[in-house]
Ligand binder design. Structure first.
Ligand code: AMP
Length: 422
């Protein structure tokens, strides 16, 4: 199937050609005709599937087809997404796909001075991409009005819920005109999300894309069995491979991410962490350094990483296995995108073996074991440490990022050992 056969107009086809897109991804093939028809859409898909283009392309076309020239621009389309990183990426995509349409978009998010954002809005935009908090701030100040919204997109709804934005989202929805077309995207569809979608959508068509099968087929997967305390040393050994020019390393906790960065830095490997404790600016900087390859290793927690879109990323290392098997698919989905090559290594200690079994059950295959390394698993029955209880903050849902508080003596020792290896 080609983009032409989706009845897209020439200015959009031209920009897609410039982007080097030849074939629409499955979510694009399914969603674009539905959206162009004016129908509401419930999309079950995650980042990495081509979801952004699936909603921005038809919205650009619809806006262009009903454009009234000569009048001041009004915000006719609103895209709400949970993080600054995603908001910037979506706006970049809109500007790329819409570069020949004459339509104007801008992005607003918190954590930075609002004046340049307010000025851009005052100059007039057709499409606004926003994170919930800053959007409401600007609405409260009378800078943004949602009266003219014709196309509304709620992106990454499950993460909105995770990050405690549900009340903000409900306030935004209440301000939207009743007559509008709405598109709702979420990687997972738990009952709360379905309930929320029912308050937004009107007779939607559901489109579901399961990346697992394709992701798992394209990406080379390996598991390394290793004692927990030897993970730093194993990571250093793996990174001796000069083919690994840039790699995304996942840890379960913020604390764990910072520890990995320290070990790598001590060994003169450029690394930065990206997680919820870092300021927006620090996260953005870490991301640009990684994209420009001035940082070789980006260490991320799951919540922080879901906003990252790096084209042609080849390597992912699961330094710790995720508690929830689906998260593994999200993690490895950062690589092998849009047909690119991908390799995902997973470090698995004795305690993580049940997690590995869950993952293999989910993806429906055994992950090949790489035992060609210097730190084979020896301690198959380590003494279990009691888990620390955490209290959740109101902006909850960041459980995956909460420090586990588990600092075990063995791993401290080995990090020192690892740190002094070179
Ligand atoms: P997304 O799921 O929107 O985050 O997109 C994932 C990546 O795929 C982005 O880097 C897009 O630039 C890229 N992409 C989206 N659609 C296509 C396509 N039809 N052909 C090639 N690459 C694409």
């Amino acid at each position: 199937m080609s983009f032409q056969s989706l009845n897209l107009i020439e200015p959009i086809l031209r920009s897609l050609k410039q982007e080097g897109y030849h074939t629409p991804t499955p979510i694009q093939q399914q969603s674009i005709p539905i959206i162009l028809q004016g129908t509401d859409l419930l999309g079950c898909a995650q980042t990495g599937t081509g979801k952004t283009a699936a909603f921005t392309i038809p919205i650009l076309q619809l806006l262009l087809e009903s454009k009234t020239f000569g009048k001041k621009r009004k915000i006719r389309s609103l895209v709400v997404t949970p993080t600054r990183e995603l908001a910037i990426q979506i706006n970049d995509s809109i500007q790329a796909y819409g570069r020949f349409t004459g339509l104007v978009s801008t992005v607003v998010f918190g954590g930075v001075n609002q004046n340049p954002q307010a000025d851009a809005i005052r100059r007039g935009v057709d499409i606004l991409v926003a994170t919930p908090g800053r959007l409401l701030d600007l609405i409260d100040q009378g800078i943004i009005s949602l009266h003219d919204i014709e196309y509304f997109v709620l992106d990454e709804a499950d993460r909105m819920l995770d990050m405690g934005f549900i009340h903000d989202v409900k306030r935004i929805i209440a301000l939207l005109p009743k007559k509008r077309q709405s598109l709702f995207f979420s990687a997972t569809m738990p009952p709360e999300i379905i309930k929320l979608s029912n308050t937004i959508l009107n007779n939607p068509v559901k489109v579901e894309i399961t990346p697992s099968a394709t992701t798992v087929e394209i990406i080379r997967l390996f598991v390394y069995f290793v004692d927990k305390g030897n993970k730093p040393a194993l990571l250093l050994e793996v990174l001796e491979d000069k083919n690994i020019k840039s790699v995304l390393v996942f840890t379960r906790t913020k604390h764990g991410a910072d520890k990995v960065v320290k070990v790598l830095e001590k060994n003169k490997i450029k690394a930065e962490a990206i997680h919820g404790n870092k300021s927006q600016n620090a996260r953005q900087r870490a991301l640009s350094n990684f994209k420009e390859q001035t940082t070789r290793v980006l260490v991320a927690t799951d919540i922080a990483a879901r906003g990252i879109d790096i084209e042609e990323m080849e390597w992912v290392i699961n330094y710790e296995l995720p508690e929830v098997a689906e998260t593994y698919v999200h993690r490895i989905g950062r690589t092998g995108r849009a047909g690119a090559k991908g390799t995902a290594y997973s470090f698995c200690d004795a305690e993580e073996k049940p997690l590995l079994r869950d993952i293999e059950k989910l993806i429906g295959k055994k992950i090949p074991v790489n035992d060609n390394h210097s730190f084979p698993l020896i301690d198959h029955n380590p003494v279990k440490k009691p888990k620390q209880q955490h209290t959740r903050s109101p902006r909850q849902g960041r459980a995956a990022e909460q420090s586990s508080g588990r600092t075990n003596v063995r791993s401290e020792k080995t990090s020192q050992y690892a740190a002094g290896r070179r």
